[in-house]
Write a protein that binds this ligand. Structure first.
Ligand code: GCW
Length: 652
């Protein structure tokens, strides 16, 4: 693995444990064996010791496992001894990584017993991995970090050392489930379910020592394409039998298999609509096949008409998931999880929270976010997404009373991120994009964590003993808002180049069938989604949001153009007009990127030169791209509106 740079957890991150005498008072292999190996390795590196057995004399750290089982753990310190007691082996593993995170602080002052327990049962990453190199999408769809970590040239990688290292990184931030292939299931990946199951079993074996269960994306048409049946109708007995038998074979090969992920009737993927069946009938077919084995199906709610007529302003893509799924609430099996993107459109830097999340009280809902930065700079721009996800998770669909999005996901299906990792030496292309993956895991474990503090953990674990902490905060803390400033304004979204989605193209999607429009004309901009005069989307929210978003006066500035079409002279709460806001934020965004770049230049010499160089090069590109966004967006709106910039800056 010499071509691989460390992410979080370089050897140095284990110094505090590696210099201690550790007693592991638990038998067995499995996850306890993983803990033993981690501690032994750290001891070999730094001169500490590991003893297994009982009798803690002289130990600085005592690790044990309770009988209850589970992922929680208790941490305490008294009389010079730090104690971690895992509820089960998984809890011990997470407890160990918590001690690593704390570093020397775990061995300082006394600590009265603290309980740690994940908020979400399932904390999952999905890989949009095509196995083969797809002619348009590449090996990893929306992958910005090189090729696949799992496959090479369409075949399984013989050497899974990199996957093992990945599993360790994931476990250290709390991830416990992973889907190995794209939700768009093409001909090659379809076979992972049947004759290429061995590839999946090998990955599962590699992930298992770090407490990660393996999931598989499957095609709803598999009974036809793989099984040779004439139909995939979910109500036909032969179709049910086919899925039962296929699933039994999966569990024979992978006894702790997690389950299936399905994108159906979405962007051309097959689904139950072809047979006049509902999505509940479709999902339940797979849920029933998985149930005897304890598996779950993640059924994606990303269902909309991608062949809409741009002339028709009554069709609203934002409405689609709610329109499709709310009538089905209560009709999904308990092991069928509805996986909902956090926003009603598609992973934009700013969207309201999807109203569907709160509208399925009798269905288990998982919330999906995108660590792979399709619309947030494609891992060429620094864009730390912790604050975005934290806002989403803390959002109260019923206002400040009542539960949050995190609460709904916690009692439902958990949190899912589309992974941003590939075979790039820095794992995520942009080395700083690693922080997004780390933050995802930590926020799924505890959504109340402050994203700045999570970033601080990542910095500490990634650059132990080095000193770029302040510079990294300066570059990353506000980077999501900076990105928002120089891209599409006030929640209107898109304005990206169609197809690859990188860089500006204000009208790129305006006359396409994709349902992603801004409706700018000479007088104003925005999408009227009000009940009074627009698409009625605001009516999908419960109070207070249905009224807040309905009202031009009450709607928060950052979402104004998502919900309303307003004149350029409309006055925002900020005191600025819409047009002046567009100019000001775009100029400011570019200045902020320039400052980020300078700040990064100032820490050359205090971080690994290869890493410094990669980030520096990418910041050059980010500045170029931000400038391009600024110039195109400002020129576009100046030309449309005829309103000059109040500060007389150069617009083309
Ligand atoms: O964001 C869009 C992407 C598609 C993706 C789709 C989805 C996997 O542009 O590439 O397909 O979402 O989430 O299914």
């Amino acid at each position: 693995m010499t071509d691989v740079h460390a992410a979080w957890l370089p050897a140095e991150a284990f110094r505090s444990i590696g210099t201690r005498n550790v007693l592991l008072a638990a038998d067995g292999g499995g996850l306890v064996g993983t803990v033993a190996a981690e501690v032994a390795h750290a001891g070999d590196t730094f001169g500490g010791s590991l003893r297994r057995g009982t009798g803690g004399d002289g130990a600085d750290l005592v690790l044990s496992v309770g009988a209850a089982g589970g992922e929680g753990f208790e941490l305490s310190r008294a009389g010079g001894v730090t104690t971690v007691r895992g509820d089960g082996p998984a809890g011990l593993l997470y407890g160990l990584f918590h001690v690593v995170r704390l570093g020397e602080a775990a061995f300082g002052a006394d600590r009265s017993p603290e309980r740690h327990q994940p908020a979400m049962t399932r904390r999952m990453v999905d890989h949009w991995d095509n196995v083969d190199v797809h002619p348009v999408m590449g090996q990893v769809e929306r992958g910005y970090a090189g090729g696949s970590v799992f496959w090479r040239d369409g075949a399984a990688r013989g050497d899974l050392a990199r996957v093992r290292a990945y599993a360790r990184l994931l476990a250290a931030c709390g991830v416990n489930a992973l889907a190995v292939n794209n939700v768009n299931v093409h001909a090659t990946e379809a076979h992972l379910l049947t004759d290429r199951l061995g590839d999946v079993a090998a990955i599962a074996e590699t992930l298992r020592p770090y407490g990660i269960r393996t999931h598989l994306s499957v095609s709803f048409a598999a009974p036809v394409t793989l099984g040779g049946l004439p139909s995939a109708d979910p109500l036909l007995p032969e179709v049910r039998h086919w899925w039962e038998a296929a699933t039994r074979r999966v569990y024979d090969a992978i006894p702790d298999f997690g389950g299936y992920v399905v994108k159906a009737d979405s962007e051309g993927q097959p689904g139950p609509f072809a047979y006049g069946r509902t999505h509940a009938e479709g999902a339940n077919l797979l849920a029933d096949a998985l149930a005897p084995h304890g598996g779950v199906v993640h059924w994606r709610a990303f269902v909309y008409n991608h062949r809409q007529d741009w002339r028709d302003r009554s069709t609203d893509r934002a409405r689609a998931a709610h329109d499709h799924f709310v009538p089905l609430d209560g009709r999904f099996r308990d092991n069928a999880i509805l996986q909902v993107k956090y926003g009603p459109m598609d992973f934009q830097p700013r969207e309201p929270v999807s109203p569907l999340i709160a509208a399925m009280p009798s269905t288990r809902v998982a919330v999906e976010v995108q660590a792979t930065q399709e619309y947030t700079g494609q891992q060429r721009h620094v864009c730390y997404l912790g604050p975005l996800w934290s806002d989403v998770l803390g959002f109260g669909p019923w206002g400040t009373d009542g539960t949050t999005v995190a609460g709904i996901a916690a009692v439902g299906g958990g949190l899912v991120a589309v992974s941003n990792v590939g075979d790039d030496p820095f794992w995520t292309g942009h080395p700083l994009a690693q922080a997004n993956l780390y933050a995802f895991g930590r926020l799924a474990w505890d959504p109340r964590l402050d994203p700045g503090a999570v970033l601080d953990e990542w910095i500490g674990l990634t650059f132990p003993g080095q000193s770029p902490r302040d510079a990294l905060h300066a570059v990353m803390d506000g980077s999501w808002r900076t990105y928002e400033r120089y891209t599409a304004p006030l929640g209107v979204g898109f304005m990206v180049r169609p197809g690859h989605h990188y860089g500006p193209d204000v009208d790129g999607y305006e006359y396409t069938p994709w349902g992603t429009y801004h409706f700018a004309d000479r007088d104003g901009i925005g999408v009227d989604r009000s009940r009074a005069t627009g698409t009625g989307f605001t009516g999908q929210y419960p109070p207070p949001w249905r009224d807040v978003y309905e009202s031009v006066e009450l709607c928060p500035d950052e979402l104004l153009l998502f919900f309303h079409h307003v004149p350029y002279g409309h006055l925002l709460h900020s005191g600025s007009t819409v047009i002046q806001h567009i100019y000001d934020t775009h100029f400011a965004g570019v200045e902020e990127v320039a400052a980020m770049r300078e700040r990064w230049a100032s820490v050359a010499g205090s971080v690994d030169p290869a890493l410094h160089g990669r980030v520096a090069d990418l910041l050059d590109e980010q500045l170029r791209s931000a400038q391009e966004w600024c110039d195109q967006v400002n020129s576009y709106f100046h030309r449309k509106s005829g309103v000059p910039d109040a500060r007389g800056r150069h617009v083309y």
